[in-house]
Ligand binder design. Structure first.
Ligand code: PEP
Ligand code: MG
Length: 306
């Protein structure tokens, strides 16, 4: 099986009828990069930067972060590396953050909400990311977006950090792509507005499923109430894809559903541009896409799932 898959290394990820997909990998640690290269992913679609904070017993410094981001960017060469800013809170708690105890942490103080309130933490990470962008093909992605105002505020902060770097003559990629995760129903619903402000979308189906179907992703008692192919979820993804394309930006999926081969046809039919999956899923998914064609049956496929 493994040997059979090896023949898909170095091959393009393209469907039988010529639709190209960027097939990227998700990583949670810089040491996962070996698996990304071994499985021949075309880039990194989600680098969960939380581990830098989880592994430390204090806030990682700008220099510590810079070294890791630079290493990943350099190792990937020209390939795109999408680094997600801190997504802490909810299921991921860290002592030194001193976050308040919450009754409902999944809907609480987490991810971008922390970054927008404690901007010193956010600015340190942005400085490290921007500095590292001079050494490779880095894009920055922001989690848990709900409102347009959040995106506008983020862009102001990025601009101000860039101005700071300019003033010190520190190089960075001035054209760096900024994207957001679509992982709340609100973000999908207003994706037409959001698409005008960012360079790409990446759908976080783990959280989008949780918030759409009101099923806590951590709660083992809800077995049987988990609907990964719920039409409510798939219609939101389709809506975000249409709005992305209407506004000339690309859209990917970096949640677990991206690797679900029962959905591959549907995602191709929606015109999803990128799929980011765990490194071990890259070659099996490339095989699947290369054996799939959707153009003739596009409407039928979508009608069945939506
Ligand atoms: C998601 O929510 O689908 C996602 C990719 O992010 P995480 O699993 O880290 O919340
Ligand atoms: Mg998420």
């Amino acid at each position: 099986q493994q040997e059979l898959l090896q023949q898909f290394r170095g091959k393009e990820t393209v469907s039988l009828d010529g639709q190209k997909v960027k097939l990227y990998a998700n990583i949670g640690n810089a040491s996962d990069i070996g698996a990304v290269i071994k499985n021949d992913a075309a880039g990194i679609g989600l680098f969960r930067s939380e581990f830098l904070y989880l592994e430390n017993d204090n806030f990682p410094t700008e220099e510590e972060q810079f070294k890791v981001y630079k290493y990943v960017a350099e190792t990937m060469g020209q390939k795109q590396v999408i680094i997600r800013t801190l997504d802490i809170g909810a299921d991921k708690q860290i002592d030194y953050f001193n976050l308040p105890h919450e009754e409902n942490p999944a809907m609480g103080y987490r991810a971008i909400r922390i970054c927008l309130k404690q901007q010193d933490i956010f600015r340190t990470q942005l400085r490290a990311l921007l500095r590292a962008s001079a050494f490779g093909n880095i894009a920055i992605m922001f989690p848990m977006i709900v409102a347009l105002e959040e995106v506008l505020q983020i862009k102001e902060i990025v601009k101000s950090v860039m101005a700071e770097l300019d003033a010190s003559g520190i190089p960075y990629n001035k054209e760096i792509q900024l994207g957001i995760m679509i992982e709340t129903p609100a973000a999908a619903m207003i994706s037409d507005d959001l698409a005008k402000e960012v360079d790409f979308f990446s759908v976080g189906t783990n959280d989008l499923t949780q918030y759409t179907t009101a099923v806590d992703r951590q709660n083992a008692n809800l077995e049987g109430f988990y609907y990964p192919h719920h039409k409510g979820l798939l219609r939101l993804i389709k809506m975000a894809a249409d709005n992305a394309h209407k506004n000339g930006i690309w859209i990917g999926i970096c949640g677990e559903l991206g690797a679900d081969m029962e959905m591959t046809e549907a995602f191709l039919a929606m015109g999803i541009d990128e799929l980011s999956v765990s490194p071990a899923c890259v070659l099996p998914l490339r095989k699947k896409i290369r054996e799939t064609s959707v153009k003739e049956r596009q409407e039928e496929i979508l009608k069945n799932v939506l």
